[in-house]
Structure formats: C-alpha cells, structure tokens
Design a protein around this ligand. Structure first.
Ligand SMILES: [Fe+2]
Length: 294
C-alpha cells in the first residue's frame, strides 16, 4: 500500500468555508492554495485553522515559478515556510512551469522547453527549495497550448527526469495530461506508462472546456468521461494515490463536488478492488495515515 495514501480530497474554496465547519462533510482531506493564506490574521486564516482542526491538509502553490531564470523569490519562500509551520500539511506542491521573467509576473503557468539544460536548471532549483523548506516537495505537470522548437524529448520524459534528478515527488494532474494530449496530439497512455510509480504521490482531477480543435484547462466544469477513463488507467498503473478534485471557477454547491468525489471513489474501488486486495488500504490503514498527518 502507498503509505502516503490520504484518501479522497477536495480543494478548499472560500464559498464552502462555513459549510465545511457546519456540516463536516465526508472528505478525507483538503488541499489549500498556499497564496490565499499568506497574510497573517483575517477571516481566511480563522477558517483555515478551524477546518485544519478537523481535516488533514496539503498545500498547493501557484507562485514558485520554479522554471524561471529569475532568482528564487526568497521572500515568497519565507512566507511559505511560515504557513507550512502553521498548517503542518502532509505535503507541499507547486507546478513544473515558469510564471514570469525579469520580475514581470504573467499570472500564467507557462510550459518549459523540454531540454537537458532545462532539466538541470529546474532540478537544481527544486533542490534549493527543498533544502530551504527542509522537506521534499511535489511538482505538478501543467496543461499547455504551445511547444518549443528546441525541445529534445517528450513532456513525460522531461517530467520524469526532473523528478529523478531533483529527488522530488510528482503531483500528476490527470486532466492536464488529457488537455495537453489533445492539444499536442500525443498519447495520454504513453505518458502514464512512462512515469515511475515511486515518484507519484497525488492526483488532481478537474474539468476543462472543449473547443473541438483545442481544449482549455478552465477548472470550471465537471470532470468529463475521457478524464475519468484516464483516471482509471492511472489507478491501474499507480495503485492507491491520494486523489482530489480541483474546481476554481463556477464553484458549485459543496454537495455537487461531493457527488463527483463519490464517482472518483467508485472508480478507485472498481479499479483496485477496494477492501478485497492487499494493494488497497483498509479504512484502518487510512486512519493510521491520517493520524500520522494529524
Ligand atoms: Fe492541477
């Protein structure tokens, strides 16, 4: 069993703060966006602490810009470390991308050229971040809409090499793999089959907008059938991996997201014979992991 299996979680969103406290929904854990809680005090911090008392959490960042050629933002890293000490998350993640250069922030998660030079650059920066934070981090694959003529290898080879060289973990976004596979015309299955299971610690699931010729990773729709199928394939390859649903726009009622999470559980049960094979954790084991992470 993957000893870091937290079960099935949701992205914690402002719209649901009070309802989560009042109703204590059957969610195994929550993922927070780190940047939303980097100010001391205030309402978000109040809710964060209340909800953290009841649920394990992981932290997910969008501003690390690990692929940029700008120096690492030490001020950001210090704030991140303060939040880590407060939240005590099971783990901390960010994206395999760059968000700006020359101190200009594009507010987009931009893909990197898939070259050996970029692997060396990013891996060394991840190592510096891990050293500063005193822990290994997870790096997530982004969706992309462009490619570079200079790329020397497919995205999945690049991603795997970065994780290996940096000695970090992977947050595999199943929807992002689907979106990029559609946009660039590669095989999502080839992607999954190349990735070494020992690096994978979390899955993201999300919805997107399909424009026919291309797909945009909007996180404002329910998860579609091809992404559920890819999730099933990922479960067969990687086993029990902590799974969560990301919804960032058109936030629906919490019950709707809980229904989606129930589908994820059902698919995992079917793919992994939950409770009937030794591969899947028992609820007792999940409780042990939860105890480990508070
Ligand atoms: Fe994601």
């Amino acid at each position: 069993m993957n000893q870091h299996f937290l079960g099935f979680g949701l992205g914690l969103r402002t719209d649901h703060f009070q309802e989560v406290i009042d109703t204590q929904p059957a969610v195994d854990w929550f993922e927070i966006i780190s940047e939303n809680f980097m100010v001391a005090g205030g309402k978000p911090t109040y809710y964060l602490h209340k909800i953290r008392e009841q649920y394990p959490m992981v932290m997910h960042g969008v501003s690390l810009s690990i692929g940029s050629t700008d120096p690492l933002n030490l001020d950001y890293l210090k704030k991140l470390k303060v939040l880590i000490n407060e939240v005590k998350p099971a783990w901390v993640s960010d994206h395999l991308c760059w968000t700006g250069v020359n101190h200009v922030n594009s507010h987009d998660l931009l893909p990197l050229p898939y070259t050996q030079a970029a692997i060396d650059h990013v891996a060394s920066r991840i190592q510096q971040v891990q050293e500063f934070l005193g822990r290994q981090i997870l790096i997530e694959n982004v969706s992309s809409y462009l490619s570079y003529q200079d790329s020397e290898m497919p995205e999945w080879v690049f991603y795997q090499e970065v994780a290996k060289q940096a000695d970090c973990y992977m947050l595999l976004d199943i929807n992002n793999i689907y979106v990029s596979a559609r946009n660039h015309g590669f095989s999502a299955t080839d992607y999954l089959n190349y990735i070494d299971p020992q690096h994978v610690r979390q899955f993201h699931l999300a919805g997107h907008t399909d424009y026919g010729d291309y797909v945009i990773d909007t996180h404002d729709h329910a998860i579609c059938d091809p992404v559920w199928s890819l999730y099933q394939a990922a479960l067969h390859r990687f086993g029990a991996v902590s799974t969560m649903i990301e919804r960032d726009d058109h936030i629906p009622p919490l019950t709707e997201l809980l229904d989606e999470l129930a589908i994820a559980k059902r698919i995992a049960n079917g793919a992994l014979n939950l409770g009937t094979t030794k591969e899947m954790p028992t609820s007792e084991q999940i409780t042990t992991v939860k105890a480990l992470y508070g």
